[in-house]
Ligand binder design. Structure first.
Ligand SMILES: C[S@@+](CC[C@H](N)C(=O)[O-])C[C@H]1O[C@@H](n2cnc3c(N)ncnc32)[C@H](O)[C@@H]1O
Length: 214
């Protein structure tokens, strides 16, 4: 990951978002809603533009910030996004209704591991974006990789988890367990027979996995 000075330098160069997105960024900061870091999301949006994604599945809507960023960045893209926290889902609904993109975002309420049947009719997807409970990444990946288009990619956020994946001694047991899950996922992903993966050290660490052989 970049040092703080460079991180701030890049963030300063990123064009200002529209007023609704800025309001959401402020809300997230004030209410401790974990939305994707700016440099991470910009990298992801650029990959989605290059891929010319038409349909994206997001696991982990929170208040709808990344869904709206994707909808704003890519004309005509359709987004299906899953959230299990009812309060956050309501906020996402309100923000999305206030945007110009409400007809292109479908919200699905529930645990991503339990709503595959509701998601399947919208498949196949050009991209799947995993940004939910970190301990479940492998399960999300295995479940929703099946709904990917032949040329599809899966983007997974937080794979470097504030740099903790490379830290030898983590004193807090709960954090240590979570780090072990993420490093386990990273090792599994990097050796996956059906995907080529690169880990980008932007934001909180973004893994980009492209289906092989297409
Ligand atoms: C990091 S936030 C998502 C941020 C959002 N993608 C953004 O950048 O604006 C993670 C969200 O995933 C939700 N979540 C966690 N595990 C989930 C699961 N198994 N199914 C559905 N949602 C889940 C949490 O409630 C939380 O709101």
């Amino acid at each position: 990951m970049l040092n703080e000075q460079l991180q701030l330098y890049i963030e300063d160069l990123i064009p200002e978002r529209d007023s609704l997105l800025l309001e959401m960024e402020r809300f997230a900061e004030l209410h401790h809603v974990p939305i994707m870091e700016l440099t991470g999301i910009e990298a992801m949006l650029q990959l989605l533009r290059i891929q010319r994604s038409r349909k994206i599945l997001e696991i982990g809507t929170a208040i709808g910030y990344s869904a709206l960023r994707m909808a704003s960045a890519i004309p005509e893209v359709q987004i299906v996004t899953i959230e299990r926290d009812i309060e956050r889902l309501q906020l996402a609904k309100q923000y999305i209704q206030r945007s110009k993109h409400s007809d292109r975002i479908i919200l699905i309420e529930g645990d991503a591991l339990e709503v595959e049947e509701l998601v399947r009719p919208h498949a196949p997807f050009d991209a799947v974006f995993i940004d939910a409970a970190k301990g479940q990444y492998k399960k999300f990946f295995e479940l929703y990789a099946k709904l990917l288009q032949d040329h599809g990619m899966i983007i997974t956020d937080n794979v470097l988890f504030k740099g903790l994946v490379a830290q030898p001694d983590i004193p807090v047991k709960r954090t240590r367990n979570l780090v072990e899950k993420i490093t386990g996922f990273n090792n599994w992903l990097m050796n996956h027979p059906d995907f080529d993966t690169v880990i980008l050290p932007v934001g909180d660490g973004v893994a980009v996995s492209k289906k092989r052989g297409e």
